[in-house]
Design a protein around this ligand. Structure first.
Ligand code: FAD
Length: 516
């Protein structure tokens, strides 16, 4: 064990751990972070990938959360205009759409307007969208409009019984890239980021923590941050040996991916007759992403996968809207993640709060900060709130700083995408347009570091298919903790969708040989 005593030792390399590591390092704290697998290997690569206020949370009266998340959308968009971008959501209206009967709004409406029998009236959706437009200080994103689906192109792929829709704004984010860019920023500010490092035990010794990892020995820290996501209780009880009355609710969400189902670039927000909603979203240029489900998940020890039942539920839900009827054969990929929600005793998984909760425990010595819940959208605000707690033990802590500071590759204006695309195409004329878009949306201005002075495709080394070259893989290993094919193909990118199993294996072999 080295004698160095870190200020903070963070367990968990998802968005919350990496967001806190970045914020804390930038305020001058010495930080170590241990992630037992790859960065973003759990929930933070399995989200719907929206920077959103969460329109449906308004029905649960979660105004604080919605306001904070709405405000964050544009702050985040400005700091990462490469990996996030505005999207328009088309919400077709039909009079049969119903509330989840447990929402406070539904209960209220049933009392005052019993004849509605649980239906969501159009005026209420309009009111919700008015709030959504105005709660969060929107400047970049356009406001809600009404769409005549009988004439607009957005009406073409869906059934004729939907004549009218509302269209509102939210944003997309490449979730697992967000995590790795936060980790890189933290590292650039001095943090020690350790992947494939499982924390097996943490004990209070005198005024600090002694932390044992399976792979890299022992560490000391003045404060522990538990950002274990679905493992948060395991870290409290199993790793740190603390008795705790806190509780979380594990709620699994699954998505299915199909070949692209329609031509335009907008998303659909579909309401079901069961009170739930799902999204259909243009994905990775050639695909459509459909999700999500909400199902209680038994244990953090059980790897989440999309069950046949969940897949069929999503297919059926989408088939209630799209003219093209999907079958299980149309599904090219599925993924599944577990929301580690703070247990507020809600009646069902859909209703459980999406708020984050921070709890500090100082029983018998050095502090531990436990992070419960959260959303990708609020990760930066969660990190600021976490640093408020940390500051109680580090009185000289610098002020908050992350709003407005771009992540690597994001140092251009949100309306500068076309310009950057042009610059990339001019500098590397051998690239196809689709490839330029992919690089821009993955690396932003860092494309120029990765491709350097290349003047032909051959200058980038071996071509592994789908535009992946040795130059890109080498950079990902050097700069983004890529160790194996899955790290690169399913987290730093989603290029796994486009490759055969032989091509994936070839990349695995290349990475293995290169890492010696
Ligand atoms: C289906 C679904 C859809 C979602 N959609 C959205 C969305 O569109 N927008 C949005 O804002 N939010 C969304 N969310 C919420 C968001 O994804 C999560 O709130 C967020 O990713 C949680 O991040 P985390 O860092 O807390 O957890 P995780 O990403 O799970 O990270 C925790 C990490 O801790 C590590 N760990 C645990 N124990 C140890 C140990 N002992 N040693 C070392 N490492 C350890 C794990 O390996 C893991 O990587 C969605 C969530 C789900 C499940």
């Amino acid at each position: 064990m080295s004698d160095k005593i870190y200020d903070l030792f963070i367990i968990g390399g998802g968005i919350n751990g990496c967001g806190i590591a970045r914020d804390a390092s930038g305020r001058g704290l010495s930080v170590a972070l241990a992630e037992m697998n790859d960065l973003a290997s759990a929930t933070s690569s399995a989200s719907t990938k929206l920077f959103h206020g969460g329109l449906r949370y308004l029905e649960y009266f979660e105004f604080r959360l919605v306001k904070e998340a709405l405000e964050e959308r544009e702050t985040l968009l400005r700091a990462m205009p490469h990996i996030s971008w505005p999207m328009r959501f088309v919400l077709p209206y039909h009079k049969d759409m119903r509330f989840d009967s447990t929402t406070p709004t539904s209960k209220l409406l049933t009392t005052v307007m019993p004849w509605m029998k649980g239906r969501r009236p159009a005026w209420l959706i309009r009111l919700g969208l008015f709030l959504y437009d105005n709660l969060g200080g929107r400047k970049i994103l356009p406001a809600t409009t009404t769409v005549d689906l009988t004439h607009a192109p957005e009406g073409a792929p869906i059934e004729a019984r939907f004549a009218k829709a509302y269209e509102y704004s939210d944003c997309w984010v490449q979730d697992s890239r967000l995590v790795v860019l936060n980790a890189r920023d933290a590292e650039a500010r001095g943090a020690n980021i350790m992947t494939r490092t499982k924390v097996t035990s943490a004990r209070r010794v005198e005024d600090h923590w002694e932390i044992t990892t399976e792979q890299h020995g022992r560490f000391k820290a003045k404060m522990l941050v538990n950002a274990g996501g679905p493992w948060v209780m395991d870290v409290i009880q199993g790793v740190a040996g603390i008795n705790s009355s806190e509780n979380i609710r594990l709620v699994r969400g699954s998505h299915i991916v199909t070949k692209r189902l329609y031509d335009h670039d907008k998303c659909y927000f579909f309401q079901g007759t069961d009170g739930r909603i799902i999204f259909a979203i243009p994905y990775e240029q050639d695909y459509t992403l459909i999700g999500t489900t909400d199902a209680d998940h038994a244990s953090f020890e059980e790897t989440p996968t999309c069950s046949d039942e969940e897949r069929d539920y999503l297919i059926q839900f989408a088939n209630g809207y799209f003219k093209q009827k999907l079958t299980a054969e149309d599904v090219v990929w599925t993924y599944s993640g577990v929301r580690p929600l703070y247990n507020d005793g809600a009646a069902n998984a859909t209703a459980a709060t999406r708020e984050y909760v921070l709890r500090v425990n100082t029983d018998g010595g050095a502090p531990i900060l436990n992070v419960f819940g959260g959303k990708i959208t609020t990760y930066r605000r969660l990190a600021e709130a976490a640093l408020d707690e940390v500051g109680k033990f580090f009185p000289d802590l610098a002020a908050k700083w992350t709003a407005g500071v771009p992540l690597a590759g994001g140092d251009f204006a949100p309306d500068g995408v076309a310009d950057l695309s042009q610059q990339i195409a001019t500098r590397y004329p051998f690239l196809e347009d689709k490839h330029v878009t992919r690089l821009l949306r993955t690396y932003g201005t860092e494309v120029f570091d990765i491709y350097g002075a290349a003047t032909t495709a051959a200058d980038l080394g071996e071509d592994f298919g789908a535009g992946i070259t040795a130059a890109e893989l080498d950079w990902a290993m050097r700069r983004e903790w890529v160790v194996n094919a899955d790290d690169f193909l399913w987290r730093r990118t989603k290029l796994g969708l486009r490759l055969s199993s032989e091509q994936r294996a070839r990349i695995g072999a290349y990475l293995e040989a290169a890492s010696g």
